[in-house]
Design a protein around this ligand. Structure first.
Ligand code: COA
Length: 330
């Protein structure tokens, strides 16, 4: 039987900072408590990058270095590197170029994709096109955010949720039926009102007033985001099932964005999918924005089997959301 050429994930590696910020630590910083955070979000601790002089590119670099070692790939073999992030080292240049420099990927080019919590998903779908159509052989896709750099640790609505981390995957062509089969990606710019950072861009360039007003931090209308997140992840997953002639029983794993344990269980519930086949690591990392899907893959890699049907699904600022269906390649 002959299969068409598809881009497949042939390796995954993650990296998180060692420093932990626990719910107990947060109790000392804002008016909250461990019981509230655990029961409302499922998060017990998150990792915070505190290494002086380090930023998102350094987390990406660590994840990619581990990936290259694991997949026996030399930096010079990488054709393209895409980073999903909203917390790049600088507004420009993009972080992907910095990462290529730091890992010595002399033959690669790349760019960042800003799709917030959907960043990894959008980057993965983008990178896969270059591999599936034969343009490039080895594409690295990274999802990483240093959320601690844009979180207000005086705002209990947001500071309990987010953490720092990075994960990277290698995409290569496969002709054995495995790899990325299909995806449904969506966006609705009207959602920008409910999840954003008010200042620092061209709309409100940074000045003393924006700093004094604490406008350089994440703002979110949590309840609204919650509702749209469940709807968005469920509807795009259902659309994927429908158009690939699958039922939920054909799916071996769902890898959801780790924003809130209640969002994850609500998505699984709506899809009629068992929770023990949903990858969950939110309790130890919180929401690492573009980092979550790759970090889940990294944590659960040894449980996936070749040909497993897997759905990745995410929702984030923009609004951006979507789902991707793949057959695990190893
Ligand atoms: N500790 C204690 N109380 C808190 C709290 C905290 N950390 N954060 C909020 N509260 C309070 C609120 O002030 C509110 O009090 P009030 O009723 O006196 O006004 C009460 O808890 C309920 O707040 P609410 O916002 O309704 O809680 P919630 O159940 O919706 O949970 C989120 C809040 C943020 C955890 C939840 O809405 C969420 O996860 N939303 C999605 C976020 C997300 O996914 N963001 C990333 C992009 S994908």
């Amino acid at each position: 039987m002959s299969y068409k050429t598809r881009a497949a994930i042939t390796g995954v590696h993650g990296w998180v900072p060692e420093d932990k910020l626990t719910n107990k630590d947060l109790e000392k910083m804002v008016d909250t408590n461990d019981e509230w955070i655990t029961s409302r979000t499922g998060i017990r601790e998150r990792r915070i990058l505190r290494t002086p002089g380090w930023a998102t590119s350094d987390m990406c670099t660590e994840a990619v270095k581990g990936l290259l070692e694991k997949t026996d790939t030399r930096p010079g073999e990488i054709d393209m590197l895409i980073v999903g992030t909203i917390t790049g080292d600088m507004i420009f240049p993009d972080t992907a170029n910095t990462v290529c420099d730091k890992i010595g990927a002399k033959n690669a080019f790349g760019y960042d994709i800003n799709a917030a919590c959907s960043g990894f998903l959008f980057a993965l779908a983008t990178g896969a096109q270059f591999v599936a159509n034969g343009t490039y052989e080895k594409v690295v896709v990274v999802g990483s955010d240093m959320m601690s750099s844009i979180i207000d640790y005086e705002d209990r609505n947001t500071c309990v949720i987010f953490g720092d981390g990075a994960a990277a995957v290698l995409l290569e062509a496969r002709r054995d039926g495995t790899g990325i089969q299909d995806f449904v990606l969506r966006g609705d710019g009207a959602g920008r009102e409910f999840l954003h950072m008010k200042a620092g861009g061209s709309l409100r360039p940074p000045n003393a007033e924006t700093v004094a007003n604490r406008e350089h931090y994440v703002y979110q209308d949590g309840k609204r985001v919650f509702k749209y997140a469940v709807e968005g992840m469920v509807s795009t997953s259902q659309e994927l099932l429908r158009r690939n002639h699958l039922t939920i029983d054909d799916i071996n794993w769902i890898i959801p964005h780790q924003a809130n344990m209640r969002i994850i269980s609500s998505v699984a519930d709506h899809l009629g999918f068992p929770m023990d086949k949903v990858t969950i690591n939110i309790s130890k990392y919180g929401n690492t924005t573009a980092g979550t899907l790759g970090l889940c893959m990294w944590d659960f890699e040894d449980r996936f089997k070749k040909d497993d049907n897997i759905i990745l699904t995410a929702f984030g600022g923009g609004f951006t959301w979507g789902s991707l269906y793949l057959k695990w390649a190893y």
